[in-house]
Design a protein around this ligand. Sequence first.
Ligand code: ADP
Ligand code: MG
Length: 529
Amino acid sequence: MLAVHNLRLQFGGRTLFEDVNLKFSPGNCYGVIGANGAGKSTFIKILSGVIEPTAGSIEISPGERVAVLKQNHFEFDEEEVLKTVILGHKELCSIMVEKDALYAKEDFSDEDGIRASELESRFAELNGWEAEAEAGALLAGLGIGTDLHTKKMKDLSGGEKVKILLAQALFGKPEILLLDEPTNDLDLKAVQWLENFIADQEHSTILVVSHDRHFLNQVCTHICDIDFRKIKLFVGNYDFWYKSSQLAQRMLSDQNKKTEEKMKDLKEFIQRFSANASKSKQATGRKKLLEKLTLNDIEPSTRKYPFVGFTQAREAGDQLLRVENLSLTIDGEVMFKNLSFTLKKGHKTVFLADSEMKTKALFQVLMGERKPDTGDIQWGITTSRGYMPADHNHFFQDDSLDLINWLRQYSTDQTETYLRGFLGRMLFSGEEAKKKCTVLSGGEKVRCMLSKIMQEGHNVLVFENPTNHLDLETITALNDGMIDYKGTLLFTSHDHEFIQTIANRVIEILPYGSKDQECTYDQYLGLAQ
Ligand SMILES: Nc1ncnc2c1ncn2[C@@H]1O[C@H](COP(=O)(O)OP(=O)(O)O)[C@@H](O)[C@H]1O
Ligand SMILES: [Mg+2]
């Protein structure tokens, strides 16, 4: 069991949360949500003992082990992969080291023998003999093959490292598991594996920060919402929390509206008749009534919902895109071979592949940024294409541009009001819009790119992983905008719900050709009829 008592955290003059009293129990998985900067990571760090709270305390049942997904991707650079996973269990590792040292001794004494047998029995209790097999199974689930087991961490790619650090956190079935954004760099298959893994942990207490709504819905029994300087616990998954919080907010404001109207009526009556002798008694009665009416405080939430809407300057004709026998090999690796497909107006196609390199290369070829080895691409002459690659840092290199001038580069309407309108939809208002484009965070860059594409009015949009770096509110807004868009979409994503609610066609790039179906993602996966 994990509990916090009277917890408060303050950075300088700013209080992130206070008076937090919560208990987290085994068998439950708690999804930690909140706006960007609300304090999710900070809360996880407090629970794992990395940060001291300003006030209050943390209680952990004796004998329970806390495991955390490490954020420092370089910490284990000199270790081998399999060893790094097992290092997740410190006690087990120190027993292994001590045992090895004892057995390596030349003058092995009686005392050494006693110590060795103590170590052996604790080692067996901790399932030490199974350690390598368990570590291997975790890695296999995440798609890391045995060929990598003896590689050094520093020789792996960023994506591989994340998977190994995740396996490290999961290793040895910790009683308490703290995961801060575990799905960020995982591919769809690995996310699915993690969903199943978490669902199987019947005896662990799990807290997970995530922006992936499908993931939160699959794994969470509770939602822990950081807002209004409080941390509140709700039973149920993310969708349930979202609906009930919207409902509560709406009921509160509806009620306030009614009360305000009533107050207005009463005030008018009092004003009109308090000087009137025959009605002054009634007026006094209403004054008392008015005094009793109060408005519920609606505190402003730290959450802000941006607005995403894509309109087309003009509609495209029916002939949209024809791709024939497209093939490309990069550095000896086949990206796609003999790929052919035709897109019609209104198709919202998600592209899948076993590696992101392949969908990236395909989009680059489709957008004319890279030449294919063979094959033909024909865009309809009426199409106008808006492209957001996953890596868009090169758009943000000019130090002299604030956001208004940054957006001005891409706009025919040069007026500040017009440009501010589009930036405002993405929550850059007032001084925010005067920031330099070079200082933006990952999520802010995506929001700028969306402002740019929104005002360009294309009838085809090509988006590579658009939800990367975004918070839940912006993902929801973008998701809605892409559902409502009347044009044609080509996109990739790691976000299951995003794909499921947007795509009406799925094209999976296979070693030779593709699998191509007009259906939803769940239908494609065989999850729905
Ligand atoms: N060591 C620190 N000193 C001062 N402010 C900090 C520190 N660490 C984080 N913050 C601020 O506290 C807020 C919460 O941060 P964090 O917990 O990382 O947010 P998130 O909910 O996005 O994970 C942010 O505004 C951040 O800038
Ligand atoms: Mg965080």
